[in-house]
Design a protein around this ligand. Sequence first.
Ligand code: IPE
Ligand code: IPE
Ligand code: MG
Length: 220
Amino acid sequence: MSASYVAIIMDGNGRWAQQHGVPVSEGHRAGADTVKARLRDAVELGVRELTIYSFSTENWSRPQDEVDALMALFSARIIDETPELHEEGVRMRFVGRREGVLPELLEKMDWAEAKTAKNTRLKLFVAFNYGGRSEILDAAERYTGGGEEEFRKLLYAPEMHDPDLLIRTSGEQRISNYLLWQVAYSELHFTDVLWPDFSREDFEEALRAYDARVRRFGGR
Ligand code: IPE
Ligand code: IPE
Ligand code: MG
């Protein structure tokens, strides 16, 4: 079975910028271009859901000018790219805490979700101001019993499938507070490639690696 539900930790923008002798914001810009390109590929490669990590709850601890640049980039890309994504049949959904995000950015996120709400070709979940522990805590506060299926309904995007495959670029082999509930049985793929350099071939290689895995879910 090929991977229908894919999650990506897009890491390495900072190191890419350093390698190229450019400001870190340029690394994030290059990373955003790669998001756009691999999103197109995902549609063609039969991926049904893609969940990308664009900003974690811990990323607020970065230098203020980097945070500001990330917010500006995020905002600009939503406005610039949503119409084209809409044309391509991509449905957008943001997952994460709304508290702490500027109202004008929240408005853009809401606009993109509403505009693309009826699309069915690919679901793009954008984890923004996202933390896996926060997600579980937020759900736990409202949980009144009923088991895993009831708990799942309280997560940020209950309709999101557990990822078949989680890809992390840049050589780090950790989860960094991403989708803690959902990756319980995901296959993990780590590559040394820095996110801005992550090519279609790299993406296809990750999907091929997944094809070769045997998933057991604890069974024999
Ligand atoms: C990932 O790239 C993008 C975000 C966390 C927003 P990094 O900025 O973490 O890149 P490195 O890890 O410093 O190379
Ligand atoms: C994870 O990358 C967050 C995103 C890709 C948005 P980080 O670069 O923030 O993670 P750590 O600090 O290396 O664990
Ligand atoms: Mg990083």
